[in-house]
Design a protein around this ligand. Structure first.
Ligand code: FES
Length: 178
């Protein structure tokens, strides 16, 4: 009988051990799961990289030398352009929600709208033929190089090609899907 009683105590002890282990595991999963989801979030549904089609207010073949035309990323669904290069606050792979097609010295180029200082949106200054930042006064030449600081480096480029007609361009970007 003493052996059976001892066996019963061991079984009870084991049961309590398993119960405690289960409780600790459940607690750890409950605490850790949200942290892991925060650190490694699942990609948003429908997110897809690829060329984004943009319609220009001024077709490329009507753009005068020294002129620029602004465009925005499509919003239905929400999308963004992907910078091809960068420095300062910008970097290759960063997102831009607008840009400029600019004609300078007969050459057409496409620049991201983000100031390389702290990322404000630059505006085209037609009279001065420059891109000016309203935040801290940086100014850029038409080719994106710095005309006046505090911006330390040029504007970023966007990778693009002409679409089916002069009013349309295809710009590398991503459909954000929200
Ligand atoms: S963000 Fe453009 S000058 Fe500071």
């Amino acid at each position: 009988m003493a052996d059976v009683a001892a066996l019963g105590r061991v079984t009870r002890r084991r049961f309590l051990g398993w119960w405690m282990a289960g409780l600790l595991t459940a607690t750890a999963v409950t605490v850790l799961a949200p942290v892991l989801v925060f650190l490694w979030p699942a990609p948003a549904k429908g997110q897809k990289k690829g060329p984004l089609s943009v319609t220009l207010d001024t077709p490329i073949d009507q753009l005068q030398d020294g002129d620029a035309v602004k465009f925005n990323a499509p919003t239905s669904p929400d999308s963004a352009f992907i910078m091809a290069d960068g420095g300062g606050d910008n970097a290759a792979g960063d997102l831009a929600f607008g840009g400029f097609v600019v004609k300078d010295g007969g050459k057409v180029d496409v620049l991201a709208i983000n100031c390389s200082h702290l990322g404000c949106s630059v505006a085209f200054n037609k009279a001065a033929q420059s891109f000016d930042c309203p935040c801290h006064g940086s100014r850029f030449h038409l080719d994106g190089t710095v005309l006046h600081g505090p911006a330390p480096v040029p504007l970023s480029h966007l990778t693009w090609k002409q679409g089916d007609n002069p009013s349309t361009i295809q710009v590398d970007g991503i459909v954000l899907g929200f």
